[in-house]
Write a protein that binds this ligand. Structure first.
Ligand code: COI
Length: 372
């Protein structure tokens, strides 16, 4: 089927797929054969192409390297039967454009974003792992490409999508350190954007927490250091006092698509979900009374990751053992979501699954030239 945007496809001549050990995939280290690339020339997006994944030339004066105009998304593809599917791609396209606007970058038409994803994932469908809890991680990104370094918003940009098979991001439950010295984002800042700088600035606090024996930092609000924000790689959910509470997105934390998905499912399952300001003191109080029964992070990479403990100053709050008997709700959610992504739960109500089967990419490919 003809697609709206003309895409030139150049196949790799040397697939790296045969060298991949699908039983052991460290997150982020394995990258599939092809990538989608487009350039913004100051007026419009042009030169749509799928090419072999590989390095590219960058001027040391490249603006993104100096002033951080660089944004990304994280999403996943799975297989339903033998067909590749995306999960809620339109939500990722919209969030990508929210990030772009915040960073003074051009937006990308949603239908171009989706067409590119469909074609790339369809072409590299052999890279989608089929083990439970695994998926093809998709990384769309955009960065400035102007090559003069006065501080300004770049005129030119590059948009890339590449993919790679992944297993679970956190292979075991995570211990969290309540961070009260460093801040992730303040009101009016860029906390809601998925921009590179948010992640770069979180590395030092994360490293310090690691050295102190914790897996991750739990961010607090910038003003009072009182209200829980997010982990940086995931949003947070607390099951306390018989209801689910998740920190509200007031501009400083990422509007997670997994977060939105879980809120929808939980409400439909009859749970009370409170999307509101949540103080660490309230969590400590619930823990003290024995009514904090579950806590987990939610994100595209993390999916649903159990929290094993939360340490706030001198106080370590242990959560129940992360098993189905002790934490039935998060296990139920996790199972439901992983079954959903491989077509074992009905998509009739939500329509979250998006097929890549009619991408048309194979019409542009000389199949005799396929390297795999
Ligand atoms: C994601 O969940 O996809 C993220 O972007 C978090 C992290 C891997 C950067």
């Amino acid at each position: 089927m003809a697609k709206k945007y003309p895409v030139k496809v150049t196949l790799t001549t040397k697939s790296t797929l045969p060298s991949v050990d699908f039983s052991n995939i460290p997150f982020g280290k394995v990258i599939s054969d092809h990538m989608f690339v487009a350039d913004y020339d100051g007026k419009e997006w042009t030169d749509f192409r799928i090419v072999p994944f590989g390095p590219m030339q960058l001027s040391p004066a490249n603006l993104a390297l100096h002033y951080g105009q660089s944004i990304f998304e994280g999403m996943k593809a799975t297989k339903v039967g033998s067909e590749p599917y995306l999960f809620r791609p339109e939500m990722h396209a919209r969030r990508f454009n929210v990030s772009a606007e915040r960073m003074c970058m051009p937006t990308i038409p949603e239908d171009l974003f989706t067409q590119a994803l469909e074609m790339l994932v369809d072409l590299d469908r052999a890279w989608i792992p089929e083990q439970e809890g695994h998926a093809l991680y998709i990384r769309p990104l955009m960065f400035a490409t102007d090559e003069y370094f006065g501080v300004h918003a770049s005129d030119k940009y590059r948009f890339i999508i590449f993919t790679g098979p992944v297993g679970p991001y956190y292979p075991k439950p995570v211990s969290l350190w309540v961070e009260e010295v460093f801040t992730r984002a303040a009101q009016g800042g860029a906390g809601e954007a998925k921009c590179a700088g948010n992640y770069g600035a979180a590395l030092l606090p994360a490293q310090r927490a690691k050295m102190a024996g914790y897996d991750q930092v739990m961010w607090m609000d910038a003003v009072e250091k009182k209200y829980v924000q997010e982990v940086g790689t995931m949003n947070l959910f607390f099951f306390m006092d018989g209801k689910i509470v998740t920190p509200t997105t007031t501009g400083t934390i990422l509007r997670g698509i997994t977060r939105d998905t879980l809120i929808t499912i939980l409400k439909d399952w009859g749970y009370t979900v409170e999307d509101r300001l949540l103080s660490i003191a309230e969590i400590a109080d619930a823990h003290g009374r024995g009514t904090l029964v579950d806590c987990f992070g939610a994100g595209t990479a993390a999916v649903i990751s159990h929290v094993s403990s939360i340490t706030w100053r001198e106080r370590r709050m242990d959560l129940p053992e992360a098993n189905e008997a002790s934490r039935p709700l998060s296990f139920r959610l996790k199972n439901y979501l992983s079954r959903y992504r491989i077509g074992l739960e009905s998509d009739e109500k939500y329509r979250w699954m998006h097929s890549c089967a009619n991408s048309g990419v194979m019409d542009l490919v000389d199949s005799t030239k396929m390297a795999i």
